[in-house]
Write a protein that binds this ligand. Structure first.
Ligand code: UD1
Ligand code: MG
Length: 452
């Protein structure tokens, strides 16, 4: 039986922020999502999160998880944080202690640590090239740990030790209670250090995967960890048949799906809830958020797609904006500077240039000409536009909603349409043209003189 305790009460002073450290954005999630997710993957009896600094804000964010919360009133150190959790720990369980600021820890690593631990108390250590900032592990011999010394309490020799404390511990509840009683704030920071529960006779698990223990204490470390997470996600998709032109420059959230032979160009962001089909091309600087994209779709440079569905063999962009509720049924062409919102396009319909389409249902094989606009908002409420199948709308047409256009309709360029149009009709709504002989030249000549 396992209880996981996650320490997240610290002030995060080194982040230099008014925001709690664990609520910093990190690769599409918040920092606190990572330890909670890995804890949940272990299926423990209980997860206890210790909060303190800006506790209400963090509590609200993590209310989506089934976890217990305890409040550490004053941040007196990591041992004091664990003490606050003691009353909630399930009796007779083993206690796994994690920190809120180690986002790269994974399930396999923790499972191996738990399975291989035989001592009443143990911790994970690892060897790193640059141990700066971490607690150092002092040993009498290879097997025998003496203690952990924090950077601030290290002498020059100790500073040269490259084996560091990961900040992950496993203990039986009874041993943990006993050891915490002995922790005293006898150190340069006058804090109760959890590292003091490790002493002669404690177990230790030396992990070779040192890159997984990167702790986030500064914004610089946040950027390093963030880069690693993005790269890990890119590698995952590369190994699943997705072409990623520059794996160091693409931003893929962790719950997305991408089909085989799809190509992702540099600086593409694909956010949570998105599913991309096979053989698609997602070109540079596009953002896809919570959207479903079928097979053989091309999203061209600089397009933004939110909560939309795109049918197969469609092309979108460059620089198109599909807002929530856009549904393209397939074989659609949405060109540059086209904005669509809460609208459906039937198969084969297109809007190739400079348009706004909102609250509309567009049938099949419809051509919306350059500069087409649905006037869906009258200043107070939104109204629907319905266009039938096989309609040709000329350039610079406005449909003033609510309005209905039948099938096989032709609308002349430059028309402002205010009345419904029956199927098969031609609608022209513009004043008749007059050509006045010589008046153009006369005007231009007079105007030129005035300017000089
Ligand atoms: C800690 C370890 C260090 C280890 C490193 C690994 C101690 C004393 N040191 O240092 O040996 O190498 O992690 O990353 O434990 N927290 C509380 N309440 C407090 C203080 C801290 O909940 O009163 C929480 C923080 O929010 C954080 C975690 O405990 O999530 C660790 O605290 P932090 O200040 O980041 O410790 P480090 O200096 O990183
Ligand atoms: Mg830390």
């Amino acid at each position: 039986m396992l209880t996981v305790v996650i320490l997240a009460a610290g002030k995060g002073t080194r982040m230099v922020s008014s925001k709690p450290k664990v609520l910093f954005d990190l690769a599409g999630k918040k920092m606190i999502d990572y330890p909670i997710s890995v804890a949940l993957s272990l299926k423990p009896k209980k997860i206890i999160v210790v909060l303190g600094n800006k506790a209400e804000e963090v509590e609200e964010y993590i209310s989506k998880y089934k976890v217990d919360i305890v409040i550490q009133k004053a941040q007196l150190g990591t041992a004091d944080a664990v003490k606050t959790a003691l009353p909630k720990i399930v009796a007779g369980s083993k206690v796994l202690i994690l920190s809120g600021d180690m986002p790269l820890i994974d399930k396999d690593l923790l499972t191996t640590f738990i399975d291989e631990t035989t001592s009443d108390v143990s911790f994970i250590s690892t060897k790193v090239d640059n141990p700066e900032g971490y607690g150092r592990v002092l040993r009498a011999s290879k097997q025998d740990v003496i203690k952990i010394v924090e950077e601030k309490d290290c002498n020059e020799n100790e500073k040269n030790i490259h084996e560091i404390n990961s900040g992950i511990y496993l203990s039986t509840l009874s041993k943990l209670k006993e050891l915490l009683k002995g922790v005293k704030p006898n150190n340069s920071q006058k804090e109760y250090y959890l590292t003091d529960i490790i002493m002669h006779g404690s177990g230790s698990f030396i992990s070779k995967e040192s890159e997984k223990f990167l702790g986030v204490n500064t914004r610089e470390q946040l950027s390093v960890v963030s880069k690693k997470l993005w790269l890990m996600r890119a590698k995952y998709h590369l190994n699943n048949g997705v072409d990623i032109i520059d794996p160091t420059n693409c931003y893929l959230d962790d719950d997305i799906v991408i089909g085989t032979d799809t190509e992702i160009y540099p600086n593409v962001t694909i956010k949570s809830g998105s599913k991309i089909g096979k053989n698609c091309k997602i070109f540079n600087n596009s953002v896809i958020d919570n959207s479903i994209i079928a097979d053989d779709v091309e999203i061209k440079y600089g397009s933004v797609i939110e909560s939309s569905k795109i049918g197969s063999k469609s092309t979108v962009g460059p620089m198109a904006r599909l807002r929530p509720g856009t549904v393209l049924k397939g074989l659609n062409k949405i060109g540059n500077f086209v904005e669509i919102k809460e609208s459906e396009f039937g198969i084969g319909s297109q809007a190739s240039h400079l348009s706004y389409i909102g609250d509309a249902t567009i049938g099949k094989d419809v051509n919306l000409g350059c500069g087409f606009i649905t006037c869906n908002y009258d200043g107070a409420s939104k109204h629907k536009t319905v266009v039938g199948n096989n309609v040709f709308v000329g350039s610079d047409v406005q449909l003033i909603a609510p309005i209905k256009v039948g099938d096989n309709v032709l609308i002349a360029a430059g028309s402002t349409i205010v009345k419904d149009i029956n199927s098969s009709d031609l609608a022209v709504a513009r004043s008749e043209q007059k050509n006045i002989k010589g008046a153009g030249l006369k005007y231009l000549t007079k105007n030129k003189k005035k300017k000089r």
